[in-house]
Design a protein around this ligand. Sequence first.
Ligand SMILES: Cc1cc2nc3c(=O)[nH]c(=O)nc-3n(C[C@H](O)[C@H](O)[C@H](O)COP(=O)(O)O)c2cc1C
Length: 196
Amino acid sequence: MLKVENFLLDPALPISLIGTRWEGQVNFMNCAWFTRLEVSPYLYGISIQQQHFTHKAINRNKVFSINIPNTELIAKADAVGLTSGRDHDKSNVFDVFTGEYENAPMIKGSLLAYECDLVNAVELAPHTEEYPRAHTLFVGKVKNIWADKSAVQDSALRFDDMKPVFWTWAPRCYWTIGARKEEAFNIENKKLIPPK
Ligand SMILES: Cc1cc2nc3c(=O)[nH]c(=O)nc-3n(C[C@H](O)[C@H](O)[C@H](O)COP(=O)(O)O)c2cc1C
């Protein structure tokens, strides 16, 4: 193994687009730091820099959406990750629809879109000179799930052709899913570790 001192070496992470609204302005930002946190309640976490426009909107509205783009949306997803709602109106970047929450707009054509209620917010570091890019972990409870019709079949996702987007910092690049590998939760694999 090689010991590395590079904070950019994350594995490829799936990206999401976080939807909010601020005084009529629809806003989306690119967010790779998101993850499912709990089975029941159905919780997702998103880590959002405290300076972002999105941060302000979530704090006030207490709702947001998480949209999972496919590869056709890469350029637009990148664009909303390079521009802030403070000085760019991103309302018309995507074809938008609204579900239950006016302040959690969603993107038509997303593979999946989750409408979330904010249930917790954890400041991961204080926003000081030492941590100018401090993030808050917003925990959202999924209220409604929307799926692109073509991405779902028999209550499962069609991974063979749905093309979710992954991102790496080094190299700076977007990727999509590769070859299907082994079965997950395969009881046979348990045999690799004998019981005590
Ligand atoms: C690929 C990619 C992933 C990103 N992931 C995150 C993230 O997880 N958290 C975050 O706070 N910012 C992330 N960003 C940066 C924000 O998307 C960006 O700063 C955006 O302009 C913020 O928009 P807003 O000010 O309108 O909220 C990411 C950007 C890119 C391009």
